[in-house]
Write a protein that binds this ligand. Structure first.
Ligand SMILES: Cc1cc2nc3c(=O)[nH]c(=O)nc-3n(C[C@H](O)[C@H](O)[C@H](O)COP(=O)(O)OP(=O)(O)OC[C@H]3O[C@@H](n4cnc5c(N)ncnc54)[C@H](O)[C@@H]3O)c2cc1C
Length: 470
């Protein structure tokens, strides 16, 4: 008898293994890719099916978001279309809102279920991959919810780019010195790679754009990085972190270590060192926390809210549930001290996804599982055009060589040949022509002009107030 057709689940003989992947990011997309390759024959024979549920029809290559914000890469090229790459999977655009693993069902909402008003629908599965990643970790800072903007999605990156350029337009056209000052003050909270790269790239872009304004000089802008600990960019090591502080300060960026944002109510950033900055831009990149949907499952979580996993990427004590990436606490078997878990980064997410895909295939075939083991190789970070910092396998790089390494590394990593070719073409063209400095904030409100023409009032905020961040 064919073993694959005789898989026993809940005392019943199943004809087909239904694999549900929640999340279409690094882990979700790469696991599904691996599975559709490993289970090719099973998929063809109808013995397995893979369903991927993701709120967006694309995977976002997050390390490229700072360059997308700077206009060096177009937004479409930092995302990978899930339907195209996962051509043997069923892709559902929606969200898992709860998981009852004891009953092997997930509750899914989609745009259609919202329109129909029927609530979520139940999706039954045999194997579950839970990879919803993380969300920004916020603190109860007054004004943050109203005025802050995160930096995790392509929408936020492009919204921020438009917003910065619009602030320059406001500053250039106002006669009110207080408004001009606030428009030209940009506060970033959090000195990890998201915050440092976003600030480095946007400041570089704004400095370049300033040359096209008759009454703006780069020195008129205030860029402030606020970091609660005594160092930034821990990912590149202490020495390179110190170099980054010096390099940013050399560019006139005000780096404040051991400082916290205490309030940004009424559009005034108040810092723990007593300083106050009227500002229309507060970018919050002070770390991430596991996605809240994990709390709506019956799966075990650690004290930080991540799924407790084994080194084989199975959820601890929950057979047929698997996890990896930012949402999972995966033991780091390469660490000298026991109890350490893998850091939430793309380096682990990508490699864990491969092992995870392999292990699901092994498990379906009754084969032994592989253990996930990867020693952190280091990190690369861009600080603007031709500027960077890196530490790879203990080797330290700064300036142009680090920036070049950043580009080559990420070009080799961005999924699909199609995206590699498009990004490489964009970088090449950018070397030949001038940088793009146009703000397309009005794209966020495409009906505004027609509504005015039709005699109505624009129903949304004015374009220079994206996501309430100004
Ligand atoms: C600006 C920025 C720069 C970065 N740069 C680097 C870098 O240089 N190097 C590095 O190693 N790491 C970097 N990272 C971190 C890296 O991107 C993450 O660690 C990695 O994306 C984690 O992968 P993941 O699959 O766990 O989560 P994600 O890639 O975030 O994927 C989660 C997916 O789940 C979806 N989802 C969420 N909720 C649900 C739900 N309820 N139902 C269904 N789907 C859901 C999300 O929409 C998303 O598609 C960066 C992150 C950011 C924000």
């Amino acid at each position: 008898m064919d073993k694959r057709k005789r898989r026993v689940r809940h005392g019943m003989v199943k004809e087909r293994a239904r694999i549900l992947v929640v999340g279409g990011g690094y882990v979700g997309m790469y696991t599904a890719l691996r599975l559709q390759r490993k289970l090719k024959r099973e998929l063809e024979r109808g013995e397995a099916e893979i369903t991927v549920v993701s709120p967006d029809p694309y995977m976002t290559y997050q390390p490229f978001l700072p360059e997308a914000a700077a206009g060096a890469i177009s937004p479409r090229h930092v995302v990978v279309p899930l339907r195209r790459v996962l051509d043997r999977c069923r892709v559902i655009i929606g969200e898992a809102t709860a998981v009852d693993h004891a009953k092997r069902t997930a509750t899914i909402t989609t745009l259609a279920t919202e329109e129909e008003g029927t609530g979520g629908r139940q999706l039954a599965y045999d194997e579950l991959v839970l990879a919803p990643g993380s969300v920004s970790r916020t603190l109860p800072v007054p004004g943050l919810a109203e005025h802050g903007i995160g930096f995790k999605t392509v929408e936020e990156a492009i919204g921020l780019r438009n917003h910065v350029l619009e602030q320059m337009d406001i500053a250039s056209s106002t006669r009110d010195p207080a408004l001009r000052d606030a428009a030209l003050t940009f506060v970033f909270v959090g000195g990890g790679y998201a915050g440092v790269e976003a600030l480095g790239e946007l400041e570089d872009m704004a400095r370049y754009a300033a040359r096209y304004y008759h009454n703006l000089r780069p020195e008129d802008m205030k860029w402030i990085l606020v970091e609660a600990s005594d160092r930034i960019l821990p990912e590149v090591g202490e020495e390179m972190g110190r170099y980054t502080v010096t390099e940013l300060r050399r560019r006139n960026i005000d780096v404040r270590l051991e400082t916290r944002l205490e309030s940004c109510a009424d559009r005034v950033a108040v810092l723990s060192d007593g300083s106050r900055f009227p500002t229309r831009t507060v970018v919050w990149t002070a770390g991430v926390k596991p996605h809240p949907v994990l709390a709506a499952t019956d799966l075990p979580l650690d004290e930080r809210g991540r799924l407790k996993c084994t080194a084989q990427l199975a959820v601890d004590g929950a057979p047929h549930a698997w996890a990896a990436g930012d949402a999972a606490a995966v033991p780091d078997v390469t660490a000298p001290d026991a109890g350490r878990t893998c850091a939430p980064n793309a380096q682990h997410a990508l490699r864990q996804a491969r092992t995870l895909g392999d292990n699901i295939a092994h498990s379906l075939r009754g084969e032994p599982l592989e253990t996930y083991a990867h020693k952190n190789a280091g990190s690369v970070a861009s600080l603007g055009l031709h500027k960077g910092v890196a530490q790879i396998y203990g080797r330290k790089l700064k300036g142009y060589p680090a920036w070049f390494m950043h580009r080559t590394y990420h070009l080799s990593r961005v999924p699909t040949f199609n995206r590699k070719a498009r990004v490489a073409a964009e970088w090449t063209l950018a070397g030949l022509f001038k940088r793009e400095i146009v703000s397309l904030g009005s794209l966020e409100h495409p009906r505004a002009e027609f509504e005015i023409a039709a005699g109505g009032k624009p129903s949304q905020d004015p374009p220079h107030d994206p996501k309430g961040s100004s």
